[in-house]
Design a protein around this ligand. Structure first.
Ligand code: ZN
Length: 138
């Protein structure tokens, strides 16, 4: 069995964003030279997510509206966590959208359904953050 590890770095200029990282993950698979196995992709921060869904801007807008209803950023004083910081909502948004995904690799490609894509979800941006890609297989 072979293993491969790489970090993907992001510095999102806005507080919140969804970034399609499918091609970045596929590049890691290409680099790993692993054709049959599993890839784990996880946010290495507790205010960001990695998830799989549709690359459709309307849906991403709907996610943003839905997450703001569940955990509004403002007023920041409504959260006990926000003593000396203002990102309690980002921790909650990340909890709902998830930490990581695991995907199958078959014949060197992400073995995905037609509309499945991998996204980095940022909820407290404007600083450098990273995603871990770990691949095992042969
Ligand atoms: Zn915090």
């Amino acid at each position: 069995m072979k293993g491969f590890r790489k970090e993907l770095w992001f510095n999102i200029p806005t507080r919140r964003a969804f970034i399609n990282i499918t091609s970045d993950v596929q590049k890691c698979i290409d680099e790993s030279d692993i054709s049959e196995g599993l890839v784990l992709v996880n946010a290495m921060h507790i205010t960001a997510s990695v998830f799989i869904n549709d690359d459709e801007s309307g849906l991403h807008h709907d996610y943003d509206v839905w997450l703001e209803k569940l955990a509004p950023h403002e007023p920041v004083s409504q959260y006990r966590h926000n003593v000396g910081e203002d990102n309690a909502d980002a921790h909650m948004k990340r909890q709902i959208m998830g930490r990581e995904v695991v995907a199958a690799i078959t014949e060197g490609k992400l073995d995905f359904g037609t509309w499945e894509r991998i996204f980095y979800g940022e909820f407290d941006g404007r600083r450098k953050k990273r995603v871990l890609v770990k691949i095992i297989g042969e």
